[in-house]
Design a protein around this ligand. Sequence first.
Ligand code: NDP
Length: 329
Amino acid sequence: NPQILLKARPAGRPGPEHFEFVESAMPAPGRGEVLLRHRFLSLDPYMRGRMDDTASYAAPVALGGVMEGECVAEVLESQHDGFAPGDWVRGARGWQGFSAAHGSSLVKIPKDGGGVSHSAYLGVLGMPGTTAWVGVTEIGRPKPGDVFVVSAASGAVGGVAGQIARKYGCRVIGIAGGPEKCRYVKDVLGFDDCLDHRGDLPAALDAACPDGIDVYFENVGGPVQEAVLPRMRAFGRIAFCGSVATYNTRPLPPGPNLSILTRRKLTLQGFIVSDHPLAWPVWRERGAAWLRDGSLKFKEDVVEGLQNAPDAFVGLLEGKNFGKLVIKI
Ligand code: NDP
């Protein structure tokens, strides 16, 4: 069973020295368990936090442990009444080729994908899509005519968040890295505009949002956040989803001046999608309907081979992915 283990904890940017590729014995399913062949592995920015041994909302990966991650897998053998060989499932099964998992920890997905790729259940119809749904609807609370800005706009969460906000009647401005991503966000995802954070972002924001910003869906932090915050309008909402620009930064830079929260009477709320279990089935149904009617678009960045996961993951933290990053095993 091919596995990628956490070998050492990085002090900043992870490199090959922090991961170890090993071949282990094949797992054997016990009572109530199924044997899974992993077909796709999701790579997500949160995994950088699991490499650190610091207090967080989730426990770190142990040194020598298998790196954590969600997979889409095929059932090879079953000792659970609810599953049969040939079923497809999603579950948190780690960076490895096979695993034995209790049936209660798995969610079935359609064998034929149900009109989308199996890997879409790790992205647009999975955790990132649900994150976008929660952040926009529960925290952003968009109204028609609101100016809605989202960073990492071509990515797994941001791309969906902006499309949901458009459905709520907002004027949606994305922020992304480079002309190719910005073009995609405008032309394919249908955002009203997309600004390149590698250029003069403050000036671009002034031009695109002359009257300010009502909702900011924050995915990156750092200089992008510094540019957006002073441009928030009174009573604006900030859905603080993540700050991937600083996940490798040690020590963390001094924070921005948040006095703007008082002056503009802003609401800033962080959230973690796993605290919103009721949103998952709602989004799965809603997102699937929008995919079927063609009004929701998504892009995947598929990298072949489990052994390439560490490099692909490091690239994700630096904007090298274009769309939801998944490993095809
Ligand atoms: P993406 O698919 O958006 O990939 C990450 C993107 O971040 C990169 O492509 C890059 O886009 C951008 N980025 C990386 N470094 C920088 C930088 N220095 N400055 C600006 N942008 C940068 O990832 P996800 O959609 O999976 O995740 C987006 C955010 O959502 C992350 O912060 C993640 O931690 C968070 N998240 C939070 C969850 C929650 O429950 N709160 C759940 C899931 C995700 P570009 O090239 O356009 O700059």
